[in-house]
Unconditional design. Structure first.
Length: 469
């Protein structure tokens, strides 16, 4: 009897230990949460950790200090629609038909097209792996009569604007010259969407960042017991600028600084939520922007720091962006990497981390960032292609960047200056000349020849997608 009792005790102990350990095993095997936070028109030089002297960004600075800061992080286009399409699909916009043209570079409400149904987004790939998925913020990948809304492209839920905030005014439109002032919100009442239905037609633009942040926090809290993907695409600091009362008038940089400070606080609130919910050790957060600053907006626009030009151009200021990766316990703190990386790489990286199959039936332009984030620091990206609309303007390989043609940024639909073709091409050494001031093509004909081979191979194999807008 004693032996039987002892046996029962051993069995009970075994079952207790086994089932108590089971949740830990499941938790350990659970794929990581992924959060991508995207600013709109934020420049390379607009954050404290990227050198701005008066804009205070303590939360993003802390994020960089606890994680990894990229000095050479790029987006795939110099304006928002193609840039966002590339981030979500891991493919150059020219391949998906989301490149636009010189005359029609972003989607407008009257357009009938949008992100093609046959494209695979990060959200679709992760949802198939059991992830909860949410899009909070600006979409800008569908015209009003298109069906290419977030909820049709892999997102369980969406809360935000359909397009840029300057495309949504309910009433009188302000002149560009007054953009540096704080506009009357009655002139800029926004149409706020909840999934595919209009939630409000007069949303207050002053409260937009706060409401986005509340939505993001609620999503994290509601899905903390399963893997989730949050694509948090801010509306600001795209003009017209609005800040809430808590931040308005506080920054030495004026209204633009107020707006960026509130965006920074939003990032801090997201990270603090992850800390409180004890999700930090299983969550990758990546922060960047869709394209460079809109320089013609003067004080209402941002700064590209030492880089040349801004939004709308394929000079460095148009497409090189802040890039900050954060994952405590996985990414070493306080690291600055000079490895070449791109927003399209977030597609491959997210799928690899989630254990999702990476598509093999199409050309992907992204690469897995894991070697940089967690490994020896050496990246897998060999080159960066700079498209403006559906035309290739420049290519970077190593430290050298070759321009086939150039043009400055633009204001709205109006192209400021004509395109300039370069034969022979211009060549800049970005390691010593990030401002692209000194053409060294004559000194390095072998580099020009090498990059020309890269261009020829790329264009020979390129199959452009059907234009979607």
């Amino acid at each position: 009897m004693k032996m039987r009792t002892a046996g029962v005790l051993v069995l009970k102990t075994f079952l207790l230990v086994t089932f108590a350990a089971a949740p830990l095993t499941v938790a350990a095997a659970r794929p990581p949460n992924i959060v991508i936070i995207l600013a709109d028109d934020l420049g390379y030089g607009d954050l404290g950790c990227y050198g701005h002297p008066t804009i205070r960004t303590p939360n993003l600075d802390r994020m960089a200090g606890e994680g990894m800061r990229f000095t050479d992080f790029y987006v795939a286009a110099c304006v928002c629609t193609p840039s966002r399409a590339a981030l979500l699909t891991g493919r150059l916009p020219i391949r998906t038909g989301m490149a636009g043209s010189e005359q029609h570079r972003v989607i407008y409400s009257k357009d009938t097209g949008g992100l093609p149904a046959e494209e695979i987004t990060i959200a679709q790939a992760l949802k198939a792996q059991g992830y909860a998925t949410a899009c909070v913020g600006k979409w800008h990948l569908a015209g009003e009569t298109s069906d290419a809304w977030p909820t049709r492209r892999g997102f369980d839920q969406w809360f935000g604007l359909r397009w840029s905030n300057d495309m949504e005014p309910a009433g009188k439109i302000q002149k560009p010259g007054s953009m540096s002032l704080d506009p009357d919100p009655a002139w800029w009442s926004l149409t706020l969407m909840r999934n595919e239905k209009v939630l409000e037609t007069n949303a207050n633009p002053h409260t937009l960042t706060r409401r986005y942040t509340d939505e993001a926090v609620q999503f994290i809290q509601a899905n903390k017991r399963k893997p989730f993907f949050l694509y948090f695409a801010h509306t600001y600091p795209h003009v017209p600028l609005f800040a809430s009362e808590k931040f308005k008038g506080k920054s030495p940089r004026g209204l633009f600084g107020d707006v960026v400070a509130e965006l920074d606080a939003s990032v801090g609130q997201v990270l603090e939520t992850l800390r409180k919910e004890k999700l930090t050790e299983n969550t990758l957060v990546f922060f960047t922007s869709d394209n460079g600053p809109w320089l013609v907006k003067e004080l209402a626009g941002g700064s590209a720091g030492p880089l040349r030009e801004g939004k709308g151009s394929t000079w460095e200021g148009g497409m090189r962006e802040p890039g900050i990766a954060w994952w405590p316990g996985k990414i070493k703190p306080g690291v600055t990497t000079h490895e070449l990386a791109c927003s399209m790489d977030l597609f491959n990286t997210s799928l690899q981390l989630a254990g999702a199959p990476v598509p093999t039936d199409r050309v992907l332009d992204g690469v897995d960032l894991s070697p940089i984030l967690f490994g020896d620091g050496k990246g897998l990206r060999d080159a960066m292609f700079y498209y403006r609309g559906d035309e290739l303007f420049a290519v970077r390989k190593g430290n050298f960047k070759m321009h086939l043609q150039t043009a400055p940024g633009y204001a709205g639909n109006r192209v400021q200056e004509k395109l300039e073709q370069h034969e022979p091409p211009l060549l800049f050494n970005l390691a010593s000349d990030p401002g692209e001031k000194f053409d060294v093509a004559k000194e390095h004909p072998e580099v020009v020849a090498d990059i020309q081979k890269v261009v020829a191979e790329h264009q020979t194999k390129l199959v452009a997608g059907k234009a979607q807008y």
